[in-house]
Design a protein around this ligand. Structure first.
Ligand SMILES: Cc1ncc(COP(=O)(O)O)c(C=O)c1O
Length: 401
């Protein structure tokens, strides 16, 4: 007799990503040879710089292909520590760093290391899609904290105080932000840090878009505000976005040694070390000169300004000009109730589905990031695509009835 199998409550409790539905529809349309323009990318459309690729190739040819320490090679951890000192003024030693399979795993490890069942973790909305599921997998309870456009979707210390309870264990802080592109400045972080220190809650500081800031805006890590908040902070970063290395899967966490030890233990049983050649390539990324990185940043900057201005020229849509990452996050709420060929637009998912069906332009509904009435457009695509896609968006929006 076959046993009836059942999936776990853990797997059952996490939702399929809403962004997946759009990605699947876009894929179906391209298979039918429809000219799909996608603004849904979450990764740079550049190739990994040659020197970094070469370092990976050299590692393979030099037989650096075996297991390393589960938490990463000492050489890479030292390169990360040097980077944190150089770019962020933060003092961490190699023992405080755990190299993971991308920032994503670094976050999952962190949650596993600091969360007990029932603990609450605050996520400011709009948030990166994976945070709620990652918290649930770790047995925690996500507490979504709404923000709004008046603060460019950044949380304030007063708002934070109101959502902290006896069960609050940690706060997610993402700067620069996916999906909004907002960047916190030092003064804002200092006020948030004060609350976290006062209440004794951890800060999971996701700084994966650190290198992508524009218009003179500088990334600041909350861990640099004071020694007290540094002790409560787990800095998350990696090479994916800055060095166009999404497929190499290298991220890391930096934290006080007790937490790093717990994170390392967890990773050692889950996955062991991240790919060895990728670790060697990442050393080149972190230690090498940043000419190629700067070229990418400048290209993103040009697209950012074009896209934000073009979106603001569409009647019924508006967005603030983001300071970081590679996304704009326009407000489409004034178009609710309008009608397209496909039907009445009731929410951001309808907006994205109908637009994709009618004009073959793919973007992501705000509901996927925990905020209705908005869409996310990625400018990690060519300027030519951006111009064509925004023209199509404008034509479609301005013909809604
Ligand atoms: C805010 C944020 N954090 C973390 C990640 C994960 O990055 P990685 O590729 O290093 O796992 C992403 C990727 O989209 C992201 O947007």
């Amino acid at each position: 007799m076959t046993k009836i199998t059942k999936i776990s409550d853990r797997a059952d409790g996490i939702e399929k990503s809403i962004t997946l539905a759009i990605t699947e529809l876009a894929y179906e349309l391209s298979k039918e040879n429809k000219p799909v323009i996608s603004f849904s990318a979450g990764e740079p459309n550049f190739s990994t710089p040659e020197k970094i690729k070469q370092a990976g190739i050299n590692a393979i040819n030099g037989n650096k292909t075996r297991y390393t320490a589960a938490t990463g090679t000492i050489e890479l951890k030292e390169a990360v520590a040097a980077k944190l000192k150089r770019d962020n003024g933060l003092d961490y030693g190699a023992a405080d760093i755990v190299v993971a399979n991308g920032a994503k795993q670094a976050i999952c490890n962190t949650l596993m290391a600091i969360i007990n069942p029932g603990d609450e973790v605050i996520i400011p909305a709009p948030y990166w899609v994976s945070y709620p599921s990652q918290i649930k997998i770790a047995g925690g309870t996500p507490v979504v904290m709404d923000t709004d456009e008046t603060t460019c979707f950044k949380i304030t210390a007063d708002q934070l105080k109101k959502v902290i309870t006896d069960k609050t264990r940690a706060l997610f802080l993402t700067t620069p932000s996916n999906p909004t592109g907002a960047v916190y400045d030092e003064e804002e972080l200092a006020k948030i840090a004060e609350v976290c220190v006062d209440k004794g809650i951890y800060v999971i500081s996701d700084e994966i878009y650190e290198k992508l800031t524009y218009g003179g805006k500088r990334h600041v890590s909350i861990a640099g505000i004071s020694e007290e908040v540094k002790n409560l902070t787990i800095v998350i970063n990696g090479v994916s976005k800055a060095y166009a290395m999404t497929g190499w899967r290298i991220g890391y966490s930096a934290s006080k040694p007790e937490i790093a030890k717990a994170i390392g233990k967890i990773q050692s049983h889950f996955t062991s070390n991240p790919s060895t050649p990728s670790q060697w390539a990442s050393i080149e990324a972190l230690n090498g000169d940043e000419t190629e990185i700067e070229k990418m940043r400048v290209a993103f900057d040009e697209r950012r300004l074009y896209m934000a201005e073009a979106v603001n020229n569409i009647k019924g849509i508006s967005c603030f000009v983001p300071d970081g990452a590679f996304y704009v996050f326009p407000n489409i709420s004034r178009l609710t109730g309008k009608k397209s060929r496909s039907g009445i637009i009731n929410n951001s998912a309808d907006f994205c589905k109908f637009l994709l069906n009618e004009k073959y332009v793919a973007c992501i509904p705000g509901s996927g990031f925990g905020l209705e009435g908005y869409i996310r457009l990625s400018y990690a695509t060519s300027m030519e695509n951006i111009k064509k896609g925004i023209d199509l968006l404008k034509e479609w929006v301005e013909n809604l009835k």
